[in-house]
Design a protein around this ligand. Structure first.
Ligand SMILES: [Zn+2]
Length: 406
């Protein structure tokens, strides 16, 4: 797919990319996951700019966008040229579907990823909660369904996953190819989306659970981003108008924060592995897959209560807010229908001898019953306070709407 006009981006995995598949199908599964995450971010950007973005997963099919092929044919029969007729067909299609496709309309581009290798799925959890967390992880991440195994009981349980993630310690390539015209517009929007997604969130599926932290090494410049931003505005102007549902992701009322962990990071040395890490791979030089502990349950320490084994972001919020708001923010464990609005990365490093980082991001809808400021204040206390999970960590990045959506 190499095109001298748009050479591939060089990227680097900071945490593994989720595929959910067994080995050989992994790359195409990852490409699908990347597509899904770029689309999700595009929806959030469009809504934050007062444009309309449909929910392509809406149970009510009539609410999803559809290319109007009758209007298209009618225009052709009336002697319109193909471009004009195509515009007729797009009348009820939102800005996002115009790029990512919808019923009757193919997506306008392809993604190709090269240079990633499979890495067995494994997690690190605190030894004090090894059996409980191991069982949850095995259940949530499809251990059983994909033919994994669980042997033994309690602290002696051995968990073996058969699914793989994707990873490379060397840079990998990602290319975009525009396939139905409007090349510059489509590509520049995609480049902008790639930048927003990787800087504020993560690529691919299961990003709420630590996967998909990726860094763009080269291939992207400011002109492309500015141009992408402009094209997004133009697309919004000419696309379908409508009311957005407050519950859907929107870059207003959004936060994304990166913390630098004070060394030595907790979990260095106290973690037990759920699954199997390759023996020749020193994963701690790159990442520690412990997002689950951070979100739900760890036993590193809990100075906030006298209970020893119930310290995690979710229980911490539950003590301060009610259960309903906490469930709305974090989703329900093991229930994919109730998606989490708060995403937590695994701990990751940018280079083997550097400090660990943690990225936390999320959307706090106005209707949820707690405001954004309160959520980020609680997060700060939970993570960096002297009684927090990673005391003394410092904020090194915080999302600023001006730099992203202008
Ligand atoms: Zn749409």
């Amino acid at each position: 797919m190499y095109n001298p006009k748009n050479p591939p981006f060089k990227l680097k995995t900071l945490t593994p990319i989720w595929t959910g598949n067994i080995d050989r199908d992994s790359i195409s599964a990852a490409e699908t996951g990347v597509l899904g995450s770029l689309r999700w971010w595009y929806e959030g950007i469009v809504r934050s700019l007062d444009g309309y973005a449909c929910d392509p997963t809406d149970d009510d099919v009539s609410k999803r966008c559809k290319f109007d092929s009758d209007a298209y044919e009618k225009a052709i029969n009336c002697g319109e040229n193909v471009d004009e007729a195509f515009k007729e067909g797009l009348k009820d299609v939102c800005a996002v579907c115009r790029l990512f496709g919808c019923t009757g309309l193919a997506k306008r581009f392809r993604i190709e990823i090269k240079g990633l290798k499979t890495l067995p799925l494994f997690f690190v959890t605190h030894q004090g909660v090894y059996a409980t967390n191991g069982n949850w992880l095995f259940r949530i991440f499809g251990g059983q369904e994909l033919g994994g195994q669980k042997k033994g009981k309690g602290m002696q349980t051995e968990f073996i996953f058969r699914n793989s993630t994707l990873w490379s310690s060397d840079p990998f390539d990602m290319s975009f190819l525009s396939i139905h015209g409007d090349e510059e517009k489509n590509l520049h929007i995609l480049y902008y989306l790639l930048w927003v997604t990787t800087s504020l969130g993560a690529l691919g599926a299961k990003s709420q659970n630590g996967f998909g932290q990726v860094k763009i090494l080269n291939g992207l410049n400011n002109d492309m981003l500015e141009s992408g931003k402009r094209y997004v505005q133009e697309e919004i102007q000419k696309s379908k108008k409508g009311e957005n549902d407050e519950k859907h992701f929107n870059l207003n009322n959004f936060f994304s924060i990166i913390y630098e962990m004070k060394d030595p990071a907790p979990y260095e040395g106290v973690g037990w592995i759920v699954g199997r890490a390759p023996s020749n791979f020193d994963y701690r030089s790159y990442f520690i897959p412990c997002a689950f502990d951070i979100r739900y349950k760890s036993s590193t320490r809990n100075p906030f209560t006298s209970r020893g084994r119930d310290f995690g972001m979710r229980p911490f919020f539950k003590e301060r807010l009610n259960s309903k708001i906490t469930s709305d923010l974090f989703g329900s464990l093991g229930d994919s229908k109730s998606a989490s609005k708060i995403h937590v990365s695994h701990l990751f490093k940018e280079a083997p001898n550097e400090k660990y980082y943690l990225k936390v991001w999320g959307y706090v809808p106005k209707t949820i019953g707690v405001d954004l400021k309160t959520v980020t204040t609680f997060l700060d206390e939970f993570i960096a306070d002297k009684k927090g999970m990673f005391p003394g960590s410092k904020k090194v990045f915080e999302y600023n709407p001006k730099s992203v959506i202008g």
